[in-house]
Design a binder for this molecule. Structure first.
Ligand SMILES: Nc1nc2c(ncn2[C@@H]2O[C@H](COP(=O)(O)OP(=O)(O)OP(=O)(O)O)[C@@H](O)[C@H]2O)c(=O)[nH]1
Ligand SMILES: [Mg+2]
Length: 534
């Protein structure tokens, strides 16, 4: 069995527990029907990652709508029931073991690309899925139960693995009895009993320097590698999404001169080999009138709660310190999250106009820094990046270095259509509208290249009169929206796009839980994005 361990937290050194976890997972697999099938034909693989409380809370929220830290989560790759695959395994369930190829190559000293022939001869891997464990939570539980952390970590990994193999205690009393008996049996067989105290299992790294060097060494990172979440918060229209786009160098978030453009959190990862920064653009914080408003403002608070650093964006033309800024500072102080104040859109202000605003804010709160910026003119953006890198804690990566964003093409398609709605209809219309992607069908050429995407979308609006305005005389307005969105989508998707848009009236949809959920605005969840960063 292949078990890939990935340590993405820095509170505990967990490598001590790897041997015990490996033994438990191998035992669990050996009792499944798959084990008999695997003899000599494939190797099962499980990925075990250890994550911080913040990442566990965010993942639990994004995948199960529970915004709380939990001990273990599992993400199966196969549909299984009590150790047996529900459907016969298919070719697509396997992939070649490229690591084995690398080893062979190293041995033979050759340095050529993998050819089709050698791929065919590589041993096969069957991915069973991922297990995510929070050692900080495991440590609390181990203390409460009075047993070693090794026992707790092994138990959690085994519990997660049995879920991957199709055991589910939540299905009923019988299923629970079967799964729990199996857990106990395997732990005993592996000698990981409750009274086992010789091996602790994981070391709490209290000494800062020790902690950092050990955690970064596990990921082979350069010394002083820094990482963390940076929440971009502020009032609507303060320039948050424009800044995110400038930082990511892409158009991940739509922007507009109208307030409340962004409706869900958008994450992007910037990794330069010396630091990994996860930026989170958030909806503008505003007074809630509807369930959608509440969802939007909650999303911003969630981001700040999970952040290592907050960027509070303020358009200095407003001049005064608003209630939103006051609450942001108060929350950041309570959470112990440092805040950098960014005074935005400085291209449209003089220095003389800016100075009293800087003075007012610096008297008001102990910001980690106050930086005037212009995303439009690229003023001081490098300085912002440098300050973020200085302030973020030293620590290992949260995501793989290739990770980029949590926005799926489907979610971006909906946003690009909404952007044109914001552009082509007047003030209140887009505010009362949403876009739902009903179908997203890709067409591929024989060589595997994507040649076409057919998108069917609906604009949902509150009133019949709004529908009439969106469609326009002889359908002209809807046509303009569709054309402009299609051109941008073709650039994003890098192929031809057929876009069909319908307009539907759903009275009071902004207060209807079912509609909000189908649009991805799920209570307690941070947005209609993929479960993970892609
Ligand atoms: N002149 C100028 N305008 C800017 C700058 N940054 C943003 N804007 C404009 O400000 C408006 C609002 O920008 P957004 O980035 O959508 O603001 P936001 O804070 O994300 O707004 P919400 O999503 O509604 O909370 C847009 O018209 C932007 O073009 C800047 O540096 N200079
Ligand atoms: Mg925005």
């Amino acid at each position: 069995m292949h078990i890939q361990f990935l340590n993405q937290q820095n509170k505990f050194l967990v490598s001590e527990a790897e041997a015990a976890i490996t033994a438990c997972l191998e035992q669990a697999f050996s009792r499944s029907a798959l084990a008999r099938a695997s003899e000599s034909s494939f190797t099962p693989q499980v990925n075990v990652s250890f994550v911080s409380e913040a990442v566990m809370r965010a993942t639990n929220r994004d995948t199960r709508d529970i915004p709380k830290v939990t001990d273990v989560l599992s993400f199966p790759m196969l549909e299984m029931l009590n150790g047996e695959p529900v459907n016969p395994l298919q070719e697509a369930d396997f992939h070649p073991d490229f690591d084995a190829y690398g080893e062979n190559e190293k041995e033979s000293g050759e340095d050529e690309e993998v050819s089709q022939d050698s791929e065919d001869t590589l041993p096969l891997i069957l991915e069973l899925g991922d297990i995510m464990i929070c050692p900080a939570r495991a440590a609390e539980q181990a203390e409460n139960y009075g047993h070693s952390l090794l026992r707790e970590l092994s138990f959690l990994a085994l519990h997660g693995c049995l879920h991957l193999l199709g055991y589910d205690h939540e299905q009923g009393d019988t299923e629970e009895a079967v799964m729990f008996a199996l857990q106990e049996e395997i732990l005993t067989e592996c000698g990981i009993t409750r009274d086992l105290n010789d091996v602790v299992g994981a070391t709490l790294l209290e000494d800062d320097e020790n902690m950092i060097s050990m955690a970064t060494a596990e990921q082979n990172l350069p010394e002083n590698f820094r990482s963390g979440f940076v929440a971009i918060v502020g009032r609507p229209n303060s320039g948050k999404s424009t800044l995110l786009n400038r930082l990511s160098g892409d158009e991940l978030a739509i922007t507009s001169p109208k307030a409340q453009t962004t409706r869900h959190n958008i994450r992007t990862v910037l990794d330069d080999g010396h630091s990994q920064i996860i930026f989170v653009d958030t909806p503008g914080i505003h007074r809630s009138h509807t369930k959608l408003d509440r969802y939007m403002t909650d999303s911003a608070w969630f981001a700040l709660q999970d952040a290592d650093l907050g960027l509070l964006l303020v358009d200095p033309a407003k001049g005064f310190i608003s209630a939103v800024e006051r609450v942001c500072c108060q929350k950041a102080e309570e959470l112990g999250v440092p805040l950098i104040l960014l005074l935005t859109k400085t291209d449209s202000m003089t220095k003389e106009e800016l100075l009293p605003v800087i003075q007012r804010f610096s008297n008001f709160y102990a910001f980690a820094d106050i930086i005037p910026v212009s995303a439009l003119r690229d003023d001081n953006i490098d300085l912002v990046m440098a300050r973020i890198r200085e302030i973020l804690p030293v620590g290992p990566r949260y995501y793989s270095p290739e990770a980029y964003t949590d926005q799926t093409e489907r979610a971006l398609a909906a946003e690009y259509i909404r952007e044109q709605l914001l552009r082509f209809t007047h003030q209140e219309i887009p505010h009362y509208a949403a876009v739902e992607i009903e179908a997203f069908k890709e067409v591929f050429a024989e060589d595997g290249e994507r040649t076409l995407v057919r998108i069917m979308a609906s604009i949902i609006t509150e009133k019949g009169s709004h529908k009439g305005i969106i469609i326009g005389k002889d359908g002209q307005s809807l046509k303009r929206i569709g054309q402009a969105a299609r051109i941008k989508l073709e650039t994003l998707l890098d192929c031809k796009v057929y876009l069909e848009i319908h307009v539907k009236v759903r009275k009071d949809w902004q207060n209807q839980e079912a509609i909000l959920n189908s649009l991805g605005y799920v209570k307690g969840k941070a947005g209609p994005s993929s479960d993970d960063i892609l």
